[in-house]
Design a protein around this ligand. Sequence first.
Ligand code: IPE
Ligand code: IPE
Ligand code: MG
Length: 257
Amino acid sequence: MPASPVLGAIPEEAETAETLRRVDRTRLPLHVAVIMDGNGRWARARGLERIEGHAAGVEAVRDTVEGAARLGLSALTLFAFSIENWSRPAEEVAVLMELVRKYLRLETDNLVANDIRFWPIGRLHGLPGPVQASLEESVLATAGCRGLRLNVALNYGGRAEIVDAARRIAARALRDGAVPELDELAFGDFLETRGLPDPDLMIRTSGEERLSNFLLFQSAYTEFWSTSTYWPDFRRRDLYEAILAFQGRNRRYGALR
Ligand code: IPE
Ligand code: IPE
Ligand code: MG
């Protein structure tokens, strides 16, 4: 519902442009993370099957990614499938995997056209072979892109990522006969997000206010923004609203500021 009769008279695109106009492009978050939640409830509210909600969520991904690129964001990380999501019915999991392939099939050319570099994160070797092949194709196709870095977390879990980092460090120590020099920054090089700044802003849709095992190490000082909107209804305008809220926050990092 529009917020007021006046706003209701403004077409959707004009509202988006108006929100975008209020964003301070000199103070953009460097890295935005999104927990895309609420597909099932979106479907249930319409008397549809859960999988219809997942299918509708693809359009939200498309619009949000394009909106992020247009805005000039450096990095966007989308949580698409958690390690814990394997515990859902096999049919639902299969649909989600197929949607990943469909999105990449339909969108990779568009990613290249918008200079977007695609980068999947998570335990990718645990994904079905055809999904791994699609991911590799899109990574290769977008390897030369230098605009938005689009990370998609698949078969991802924050604790698993930290354990995997510890394993890599142990393997390196065995190989070199010495534990590598480690501090918090150096540890980050063993995580899936190596080379990226920590997320400044984390968005979660569907009204939930929890991390659900997403980017645990990286989100120590991330600003959290939750919206009641279900993921399939999320559009770039919501991303801009989140960034506006972020720009009004006072980040203190434990100090007196
Ligand atoms: C998010 O929507 C998609 C995934 C977690 C893969 P959900 O499927 O979690 O939808 P709800 O939370 O049950 O509504
Ligand atoms: C988080 O959503 C995972 C993804 C968005 C991929 P979930 O729906 O799985 O999280 P919980 O179960 O509500 O915590
Ligand atoms: Mg959910």
